[in-house]
Unconditional design. Sequence first.
Length: 376
Amino acid sequence: MEGRATAQGALAVDRQERILAAVRHHGTVRLADLAQHLGVSAVTVRRDVTALADRGLVARVHGGVTLPYPPQRPGPRRAAGALVGMVVPSVEYYWPHVIHGAQATVAAAGGRLVLRASRYEAAEDRRQVGKLLERGVDTLLVAPATGGSAGVELLRWLGSLPVPVVLVERLPPPELPTLALDAATTAHALGAGLAVRHLVTLGHRLIALVTSRTSPTSRALRAGWRETVASLDLPPHDGLAHDVPHYGAPGWAVAYDAVLRRCRERGAHALLVHSDREAVGMVERARDQGIAVPGELAVVSYDDEVAAASDPPLTAVRPDKHRLGALAADLALARSATPSAERPVHRTQLWPTVVVRDSCGAHLAEGARGAGAVSR
């Protein structure tokens, strides 16, 4: 029965991916056309559309389905021909999709995106923003360093600039509760919670968290992991949160082996790992130690950049990075075309989604249940 349920779930995921692809391509699709395209009943299509709508991936309209956020058309309130500056901490891993989303939106509005890369340093962020101001940009998209006093000062400066600034994947810290900057972010803490809940549905009661110590996303993931563990009344998870060097860094294998050893000692048979490269490395070390994934260890990755290429393919939490860039650019264009007094501060947050692949297996095998991983 479990095998049949797993197969049915895989078919549902495949259908829903095809529905999303059709909606992205056509904008709005009739339910009858989807049923014919997929070769299934209208009831099945409505069930799949309901599941997608509940996750916020589509919006239902009379007799059909559409995008939850229809593409914006240039209009009298938009800054046609705007020169939009963008400063990101890296042009590798994670950020290319965000950049592409912003670029597509700016181009569709008749504008141009000008990109500069920084390096997670407040001073370098400020230098790159200054160069774009000299270039004459009309508005800015910035993913600045926000930590420490230097980050706070940088944000104060960004809030004082003569052009609109939209933060990307960043929010002002508690020290600046009224900083009037728009922001587009991903609900990373919620994404961690989605991963924990998925593993709990598979029977896991102890779920270790492994985060990259170099990523600013790790803090939100730790918060979401802690909050979800507490809300689900799971056993104590003390000692199950680990920061590790990035995959391939000096000493990475020793650090990853130590995490696997502590998980084995605690009876934890599930890992949430940020990011994909660290998850790939963790699977590699598990295999070298004779630990079968997913047979003895379930792994969920966070980011879904290269998770599908892992062996086995990794179940992953996927932030919609392209959409995030598009929303940030849309905020920037609208802000530059509208007097500030007429437009309140916008803080837009996107939910990530869970993409189920092979690395979690089905339900936790009875033989793999250890202390703290007992049947419910």
